[in-house]
Design a binder for this molecule. Structure first.
Ligand code: FAD
Length: 282
């Protein structure tokens, strides 16, 4: 029986913001029963590197929801990874999303783990019991010349111990279905969660597209044109759009849906209300 997973992503509050905002987010998500919540990891100069473990401990220990901790590799070395893994252990983390991260202006990468697959292989060697996840890109990663080459690199990530993948956001499900065909052709058969990011504002959609997140299809362009200056209506239209994307994905046998909450529980709840009956919650 097809039983797709449903997962959520949150990010730690900014170093300058009140820590309690994460409780507002998690309280707002209560009752959704996701298969897991993943917590992002920041490696910029402003990032608080201990925040992921602290938020993960809250998700696992206080909200009793399985947690996945993100970890980036570009600015890490063996000892910092081992220290972070010890913090993840104390937080009750059993799964890590192994990532490369993006270069930060003025910060020289360590060169120890140039690709996410290097980090995954290192963690897999140290902790064979740790469940490893990885990121993937239905529209091809911005640094890569072709989807074929990107997916060949993705196969290395899977060979390095990654047993579940989560996609970058996309607005056109056909991009996802094509990507899945390419993955299968390269022998990648691990479950793939489709990453869905609700449309929150015109600025965020265009910003993500500029940074290589996703192209903006005509249907989304029409919503932006109609309601770009009317944030409430755009948000409502975005909730309908994301819900329809999810229904289509489930109808077409997706392994899982990963909703980028952007720490906006009200929007997440409205989408969940639309689609919850499509997922069987255990
Ligand atoms: P990689 O898998 O290393 O891929 C990066 C590029 O290198 C690709 O072009 C790939 O084709 C190429 N490549 C990979 N392996 C090889 C190889 N062995 N040989 C040659 N080329 C190779 N960023 C954060 O800072 N914090 C987060 O918490 C975070 N969470 C994310 C969650 C998801 C689901 C996604 C999709 C992205 C997330 N990101 C996060 C962003 C991510 O760090 C960036 O997209 C980054 O540019 C690539 O990371 P990656 O792990 O996919 O890198």
């Amino acid at each position: 029986m097809h039983n797709p997973r449903f997962s959520l992503e949150v990010f730690p509050p900014r170093r300058t913001g009140p820590v309690t905002t994460i409780y507002d987010t998690l309280d707002g998500l209560e009752g959704l029963s996701p298969d897991f919540i993943s917590v992002t990891y920041g490696h910029g100069s402003q990032a608080d590197r201990s925040a992921t473990a602290r938020i993960a401990a809250t998700v696992a220990g206080e909200y009793h929801i399985p947690v996945v901790a993100h970890l980036t590799s570009l600015y890490a070395d063996e000892s910092s990874v081992e220290e972070t893994l010890r913090a993840f252990d104390r937080a009750g983390v059993k799964s890590v999303l192994a990532l490369r991260g993006d270069p930060v202006d003025g910060l020289e990468p360590t060169g120890v783990f140039p690709h996410a697959s290097d980090l995954a292989a290192y963690i897999h060697g140290l902790r064979p019991d740790m469940i490893l996840m990885g990121a993937c890109y239905p529209e091809c990663h911005a640094d890569c010349a072709s989807l074929e080459e990107d997916v060949s690199n993705l196969a290395i990530k899977v060979e390095s111990g990654v047993s579940r993948l989560i996609t970058q956001l996309f607005y056109d499900n056909d991009d996802f279905y094509h990507f899945m065909d390419v993955c299968r052709a390269h022998g990648i058969d691990v479950p793939v969660h489709a990453g869905i990011m609700p449309i929150i504002s015109e600025k965020s959609v265009r910003g993500m597209a500029r940074r290589g997140g996703s192209h903006i299809p005509a249907r989304v362009e029409a919503l932006l044109r109609k309601w770009g200056d009317d944030p409430d209506s755009l948000r409502s239209a975005g909730i309908v759009y994301a819900s329809e994307q999810i229904a289509d994905l489930v109808a077409n046998g997706v392994d899982g849906v990963h909703l980028y909450t952007m720490n906006r529980p009200a929007t997440t709840r409205r989408i969940w209300r639309n689609v919850s009956s499509l997922f069987s919650v255990e």
